[in-house]
Design a protein around this ligand. Structure first.
Ligand code: IFM
Length: 458
């Protein structure tokens, strides 16, 4: 096995969360426009109509990337901005926008990592069945073909789909995300369909841009049984199937975990697989993206309170935790990275998301002193170093997120950004965590330079 790579530092965002301008530049509606308009769907009735305003003016965001000094920036291109509607026609205005952003990143010495599907499915595809329909996969391949054709000279690194678990199970089972469906069979179908779309997209990118590096980003959770009772162990195994193995094993092995039929039912699984190329999902990738947020302690419970996995409870999370109750648990991060490394020892890992949602605010002097995020960064980066020292080939870390965004069902209240966004004015202010991240990156870079062998004098 080759030497451990230097870490590449980055941060990220996604189109619907930052762009706004949903009716501008030839963009067509997405499922998130529709869902956000549904009364009660989003906290305080927020929508992505204006978001962080970065479609109209991406300059502050690009300045923020440059200020941080990261090597890379992860962004997503919106399918509904790139393709102008059901006839599949490319939308020149949308493409020109992304070209400007990508060119600016290159001009500032920043490598873009581009996600193709970060949840903003065009509404016209949802009207035809969404992720339950094979038509969505062929439309995705058409979109990928246009994106690679139009942007491929500026992008060498692609992520096919982001967090298929969330889009499938929050979108189609708990109903907390768009399109707001509540049906387990549809959720399973949507999960497998996105993975099928991922496999097709990898092959499409390989054909059109053989030199590009391609992967996908999955959110993986660290799950711990509440005790030794067989029922708690079994509950944890079920949670692990739905949240982790269904994605991880299928992408790496091209087959479903052995307990899939047992949990979902043979007929449901057979229906969910109709038309899906299971083996093709395991098309070799260049890296695996891990989004790490969740550590949970699981116990068996009937009926159970978990909105996704039947018959389980997740125990209340002690402090420290995020604003929305997610555990701050760096040991779980180490375990997840080592687990992936064990499953795919030669596959480079990129931490494509890791961050903490807080109820940040500007103090009277106009600063955001997000001490919890500063501590989070220090602890999770120490965990990252530990995972690397124990053999996980992590080649990149992207903090989520660069700036505050429209945080899906939480709207604008829950903030993940390193930069505070004053939503009425769209003004960006670096938080204490941004200064800390910048300092860490500068320090790591200096240390990496010190490690470089000095060329022998001629
Ligand atoms: O903001 C989201 C992102 O879009 C997907 N991963 C989780 C983040 C925090 O909830």
């Amino acid at each position: 096995m080759s030497e451990m790579p230097e870490i590449r530092w980055g941060s990220g965002t996604a189109a619907y969360q930052i762009e706004g301008a949903v009716d501008e530049g030839g963009r067509v509606p997405s499922i998130w426009d529709t869902f956000a308009d549904r009364p009660g769907a989003i906290t305080r009735g927020d929508t992505g109509t204006v978001a962080s305003g970065m479609y109209r003016d991406p300059a502050p965001l690009l300045d923020a990337v440059e200020w941080l000094g990261t090597d890379s920036y992860r962004l997503s291109v919106a399918w509904c901005r790139v393709i102008g509607g059901p006839d599949g026609r490319p939308n020149p205005e949308g493409i020109a926008y992304y070209r400007r952003v990508l060119q600016e990143l290159h001009r500032r010495g920043v490598t873009p990592l581009v996600t193709l599907y970060h949840w903003d499915l065009p509404q016209w595809l949802q009207d035809r069945g969404g992720w339950a329909s094979l038509e969505t996969v062929s439309a995705f391949v058409d979109f990928v073909t246009v994106a690679v054709g139009e942007l491929g000279d500026l992008v060498d690194e692609w992520i096919t789909v982001n967090e298929p678990f969330c889009a499938a199970f929050h979108g189609h089972l708990s109903g907390e995300h768009a399109p707001g469906i509540r049906d387990e069979a549809t959720a399973l179908r949507a999960a497998l369909m996105q993975l099928h779309a991922h496999g097709e997209a990898v092959r499409t990118i390989r054909r059109l841009a053989p030199g590009a590096r391609t992967g996908l980003a999955m959110n993986l959770s660290d799950l711990e049984p509440a005790g030794d009772l067989p029922a708690d162990l079994e509950a944890t195994r079920r949670a692990d199937l739905v949240e982790n193995r269904l994605f991880l094993h299928t992408v790496l092995r091209g087959e479903l975990p052995e307990d899939t039929d047992g949990y979902f039912g043979t007929a449901t699984v057979a229906a969910a697989l109709e038309g899906i190329d299971l083996a093709g999902i395991a098309e070799p990738i260049d890296f695996i993206g891990v989004n790490y947020y969740e550590h949970n302690v699981v116990r068996a419970a009937e009926p159970g309170t978990d909105p996704i996995v039947r018959g389980i409870d997740k125990l209340p999370v002690p402090q420290p935790r995020s604003g929305n109750g997610v555990a701050v648990h760096p040991a779980g991060f180490v375990r997840v990275l080592l687990r992936v490394a064990e499953l795919a020892p030669d596959l480079p890992i990129r931490v494509t998301e890791n961050g903490i949602g807080l109820w940040d605010y500007l103090d009277p002097s106009g600063n955001c002193n997000d001490v919890e995020r500063v501590a989070f960064l220090d602890r999770y980066l120490a965990a990252l170093r530990e995972a690397r020292s124990r053999g996980a080939r992590v080649e990149a870390y992207y903090h989520w997120s660069l700036i505050d965004t429209f945080e899906w069902s939480y709207g604008y209240q829950l903030r993940y950004g390193l930069f505070y966004v004053d939503f009425p004015t769209r003004r960006l202010t670096p938080k204490a965590s941004a200064a800390r991240y910048r300092e860490i990156i500068a320090g790591e870079r200096a240390a990496a330079l010190d490690r470089e062998p000095i060329a022998a004098e001629a």
